[in-house]
Design a protein. Structure first.
Length: 202
């Protein structure tokens, strides 16, 4: 509103300069772009990110599965990210164990995996995430996490668009002001030799 009022005020002001009017219209245009264009860019960016993340989540769920493994031994102080689907946040377990399991094709596998159970001793059964080859992997991204990332991506896109609009506005205004000052310097240099002389301008 203040920008629009400034435009109207400059239109009625007899002392207005063309550059003042241009700056006011530029500020109004930048405000409209920020209020309308930035949210639209954020919505578009968030939608694209959500579609890409949803496809990634689908692919992860299709290529990974939960497998039961038997603990061979615990690794004191160890930590592994591949493993237990019951770990907090869907990430790796509290500790690392050496476990044995079978790949989807039935071949035996042994490796270090994470587990959320602190009482998982030798012979205990733990659930781990594995890929189609039977290798332990991180749990797939949840749909809620994908939505959160998409929302954050949309907000970031919106803020970036608003920052770009403001940067362009400042750049254009800076060029306009430099041109105005250069023109004033030329006019002052032309009027300088006659300044203060009697009869100047008559």
């Amino acid at each position: 509103m203040r920008t629009a009022a400034g435009v109207l005020r400059w239109r009625r002001n007899p002392l207005r300069r063309a550059t003042d009017r241009h700056e006011a219209w530029l500020a109004l245009g930048a405000l409209l772009l920020t209020l309308l264009g930035a949210p639209a860019a954020g919505w578009a960016g968030g939608s694209l990110a959500h579609d890409a993340l949803r496809r990634s989540v689908r692919a992860q769920h299709e290529g990974r599965g939960v497998t039961e493994a038997v603990v061979v031994r615990r690794l004191p102080g160890g930590h592994a990210y591949a493993g237990d689907p019951e770990a907090d946040g869907g990430r790796g377990g509290h500790g690392a164990v050496v476990a044995a399991w079978r790949a989807p094709d039935g071949s035996p596998c042994t490796g270090t995996v994470g587990t959320a159970s602190r009482a998982a001793g030798p012979g205990s059964r733990v659930r781990i995430w594995t890929d189609r080859a039977g290798r332990p992997v991180e749990p797939p991204m949840s749909r809620r996490t994908a939505r959160t990332h998409a929302v954050l991506g949309g907000i970031g896109t919106s803020l970036l668009a608003a920052a770009c609009v403001e940067a362009v506005r400042r750049l254009v205004v800076g060029r306009m002001r430099r041109r105005r000052y250069a023109r004033l310097d030329r006019e002052w240099a032309e009027a300088g030799p006659d300044w203060g002389r009697a009869g100047t301008g008559s």
